[in-house]
Design a protein around this ligand. Structure first.
Ligand code: 6PG
Length: 252
């Protein structure tokens, strides 16, 4: 594994997606234990998409089940974003995490807080903001861990290039409903303000198609509305990017 710092971020380059997921599972467990020791609970926001699925499946396997037996009952699960679809829709980030992980681990149902993609987006966003306020706190919910991915257009969560969510006017929101023109679909997403208040942020980026956007994200530190993933700069600490060799091939 090759590790280095760039533009204030920590980057670990792993051979392939399997090694990257194994490292992510190890860090997930460490952060869970540390959070429970420090605060008596572990609040984590799960990313959607396909990359984290291997991590979620790993966390559900017997070895990790044993290691996390004490932590699942004290874990509170949230999402970074959700598609505006019902919970059992194949596109649902909740459904993916439920099938890969949550059905297999003893997190109490009342501690699994999905975004209601089936509801009218603005109402679902306001409702989720209330959930975050009551479950985690105000004025900004501080997660123990936020898992993020990065799209080939350098979006993260559901904050896409040139999103209005990159502008200050949204800075006091914690959850937003946003229509994504190119997808012709609405999304629910945590705002950058919430992402950047997390105790720990881990990006999972795998595959050759992510090499060019990753190169662009790390080519400068300037806030560029083309590259939302670059805007993830936590107020405390540094984001950790777990990338595989294919995705890292253009990083110098
Ligand atoms: C989503 C995700 C999104 C994802 C990126 C990368 O709802 O799709 O939250 O932000 O992390 O699109 O997805 P992959 O990891 O599948 O490439």
């Amino acid at each position: 594994m090759n590790t280095f710092r760039k533009n204030g971020a920590r980057i670990e380059v792993w051979r392939d997606a399997a090694q990257l997921s194994a490292r992510a599972a190890e860090l997930f467990a460490d952060i869970a234990v540390q959070s429970i020791e420090a605060r008596g609970r572990f609040s984590v926001a799960l990313s959607g998409g396909s990359t984290p699925k291997a991590l979620y499946r790993l966390l559900a396997d017997d070895a990790h089940q044993d290691a996390l037996t004490e932590t699942w009952p004290l874990t509170h699960v949230f999402w970074t974003d959700e598609r505006s679809v019902p919970p059992l829709d194949p596109q649902s980030n909740y459904r993916m995490a439920r099938e890969a992980l949550l059905m297999h681990v003893p997190v109490p149902d009342e501690q699994i807080h999905r975004m209601h993609g089936e509801d009218e987006p603005a109402r679902a966003a306001a409702s989720y903001a209330s959930v975050l306020e009551s479950e985690i706190g105000t004025p900004v919910p501080v997660f123990d861990l936020i898992l993020l991915g990065m799209g080939t257009d350098a979006h993260t969560a559901s904050i896409f290039p040139h999103s209005p969510l990159l502008k200050d006017s949204f800075s006091n929101q914690t959850v937003a409903a946003i229509y994504i023109e190119k997808l012709r679909a609405a999304r629910l997403t945590l705002t950058m303000r919430v992402l950047n208040h997390a105790h720990n942020i881990i990006f999972l980026v795998s595959g050759v198609e992510k090499a060019e956007p990753l190169r662009r994200v790390f080519a400068s530190v300037d806030s560029d509305e083309e590259l939302p993933a670059r805007w993830v700069r936590p107020t405390k600490g540094a984001p950790l990017w777990l990338v595989d060799e294919e995705a890292a091939r253009l990083l110098v």
